[in-house]
Design a protein around this ligand. Structure first.
Ligand code: MG
Length: 265
């Protein structure tokens, strides 16, 4: 049985708070769990306790009643017993310090996914993640049609369970005509904050035959980071092609996927 020497001074009272005597601390141990026994022994101990109508506060006390020696083994001092709310807070704090995932509501994590696709047409600017890619074609859309940023917005809105970009920024609202999607992302960031969450990370894949986003990943991270008021290390940005297949492969469209993770602020 694991246990730790008692560090508090222990006093026996008369039951009404008046001290009768002070126990010799050097002989006292606080018992921890788990306790381990040979199966036959603990089974016999429980059967005897049931016959006698005895209720113990731990398994070992039932075995002691058999007259069987129970040996104490020093246990770790941080193996605390969780009984009160204060114990629970202490246990959560220790779990955090050890880098262990806590299941407390304060540490709740949520994920969201976003997907968007826009058609490539002549005579539009091509904006991806707030960064302009010069060329003859750009993405068609009501705002600046920044497909990458739209996917990130939807992932974040999904993570907080708050609908999608079309609900928050409808095309029927003239305010959003030609607007930079980074402004929309900034507002989404505020919604995340208002919901009581903070960003943990965002990962993005852009699917495009042209252009290559790889060389401009740092710029894209910078503009997304600025819109959300976080560091660039919060973002993963990757580009891939559709291997010439389908509407993306033929250069008619660009699509983007994003996932976002948020945690309780
Ligand atoms: Mg869109």
């Amino acid at each position: 049985m694991i246990a730790v020497p008692v560090s508090d001074t222990i006093k026996r009272t008369d039951g009404e708070g008046v001290v009768q005597d002070t126990l010799d601390r050097s002989q006292l141990w606080a018992v921890q769990t788990p306790q381990a026994f040979q199966y036959q022994l603990i089974r016999e101990a429980y059967q005897k306790a049931e016959r006698d109508g005895f209720q113990g506060t731990d398994d070992a006390s039932l075995v002691e009643r058999l007259g069987h020696p129970v040996k104490l083994i020093p246990g770790p001092s941080d193996n605390i017993k969780v009984t009160t709310k204060a114990d629970l807070r202490l246990a959560e704090q220790m779990a955090r310090e050890k880098g262990m995932a806590s299941t407390s509501s304060e540490e709740l994590m949520r994920t969201g996914i976003g997907y968007d696709i826009h058609r490539l047409i002549e005579g539009r600017r091509l904006i991806l993640g707030g960064v302009e890619f010069p060329g003859p074609k750009g993405l068609e859309g009501y705002s600046d049609a920044d497909v990458l940023t739209h996917a990130v917005c939807d992932a974040l809105l999904g993570a907080i369970g708050s609908g999608d970009i079309g609900q928050h920024f409808p095309e029927t609202d003239a305010r959003y005509a030609g607007i930079s999607s980074l402004i929309l992302l900034k507002e989404v960031g505020q919604l995340v904050e208002q919901a009581g969450y903070r960003l943990v990370n965002v990962d993005v894949v852009v699917v495009a035959e042209e252009p290559k986003v790889g060389p401009r990943v740092a710029e894209i991270k910078g503009s997304l980071a600025e819109a959300l008021g976080v560091g660039e290390e919060y973002f993963g940005i990757k580009g891939t092609t559709a291997e010439g297949l389908g509407s993306i492969g033929s250069g008619e469209a660009i699509a983007s996927y994003a996932v976002a993770l948020v945690g309780r602020a």
